[in-house]
Design a protein around this ligand. Sequence first.
Ligand SMILES: Cc1ncc(COP(=O)(O)O)c(C=O)c1O
Length: 396
Amino acid sequence: MNPDLLRLQAYPFERLAALKAGVTPPAHLAHIALSIGEPKHAPPAFVLEVLRDSLAGVGSYPATAGLPELRAACASWLQRRFSLPAERISASQVLPVNGTREALFAIAQAVVDRSRPGALVAMPNPFYQIYEGAALLAGAEPLFIDTPAERGFLPDLDAVPAATWDRVQLLYLCSPGNPAGAVMSVAHWRRALELAERHDFIIAADECYAELYPDEAAPPPSLLNAALAAGHSGFERCIVFHSLSKRSSLPGLRSGFVAGDQQLLGKFLLYRTYHGSAMPEPTQRASIAAWNDDAHVRANRALYREKFARVLPILRECLPVSAPEGGFYLWPEVGGDDAAFTRELFAATHVTVVPGSYLSRGSAGTGRVRISLVASVDECVEAAHRIASFVKGRTP
Ligand SMILES: Cc1ncc(COP(=O)(O)O)c(C=O)c1O
C-alpha cells in the first residue's frame, strides 16, 4: 500500500460523528444540521430539465476536455462575472472538472515535482481539508499559513520566510474563504502573485464561493483579475477553481471548471486523461444551462442574505459574530473548548455545528465553531434561537 495513505487525517465529519456518538439529543426537537457546507436550496428546475433531456448522452464516452460549448459557456461566465476582456479568456483556457474537490486534489498530483527535495504545498489554516490530503499524496509536506482574525482572516503571506517560499511548489488560496468568509482583494492576490513569480510556484485559487456575497455592487474579485492587473496576460502560474455546487445549489451534479494558464492546463488535461476525469455529457449539457443563467444565482444570494439578516441579530445577543464577506458560514468565537461546545450544543438543542479545531491544524481554529447557513430560512432562525438559549444558559 502507498504509505502516504496513512498520513491522511480523519475527515472533519468523521470526527464530528465520533464526537456526537453516544449523545442523545432531545427527541422533541427536529435535528438541524448547520455543519456540512452542502447547499439545501432547491436546484434550478430548468437545469434539471436539461439534465433529463440529455440522458441519451450517456451512450458515448465524453472527452476529458469537455464539449466546446461547455468551455465557451464557462469562459463567457468568467468574462461577465469578473469583467474580464473576451480577448483574454476564451474556451481554450478552461477545463471542466467533476466538482472542485476532485480538481483541487488532482492539481497537486499534476504539478508537484517529487524529485525536488523538501517539496512544500502551502495552504491557509483553517482550510478545506482536501488541500492537505492532496499535498501528502503528491509526496509534499503541507505548509499551514495561519489566517488570524487580526488580519481579517486572510493568510499572512509575509510571515513565511523567503527560504521556505523557495520550497513551495503550489499555494492554495480560497476566496471567499472557508470557514471565515474572508475575501482576497486584488492587492492581496497581487502579493501572492509576486511571491509566486519570485519563488517559482503555482497558485491554485479556490473560488468556489465567488458567487455568494452580500453586496450586489461589490462581488469578490478573482485571481484572474489580479493577474491581468499585474500584466500577466496569459495568467502565468495561475489556476482558478469554480463550481456549480454553491453558485447554483447543485452539489450533487459534481460540476465545476478550472481556468487560467494555458500551458499548465495542457499538462493538467494530460493528467486528467489518464486519471479518467471526463464529465458525463448530460452533466455537461446541464452545466451549460446553469453557467449561462445568472438570475437563479441572484435569487440564491437573496436567500442567503435573508438568512444572515434574520439569524445574526439573534446570535449577536449571546455570541461575538459578524456577517462574512462571502460564502454562507458564520465563524464565531465560543470561548474555550470548541469540541465540548459542539457536543453540548447537540446534546441540548439537536443542532449540529463543526468545531473550529476540526478544520485546522495547531490552534488556528480553536475556540470557534463553523455554522453553515445552508438549511431553510425557518430552520436557520429556529437553530439560531436554540443556540442563543443554549449559550445564555451555559455555565462555561
Ligand atoms: C473551500 C471549498 N472548496 C471546494 C469545495 C468543493 O466543492 P465542490 O467539489 O462541490 O465544487 C468545498 C465544499 O464544501 C469547499 O468548502
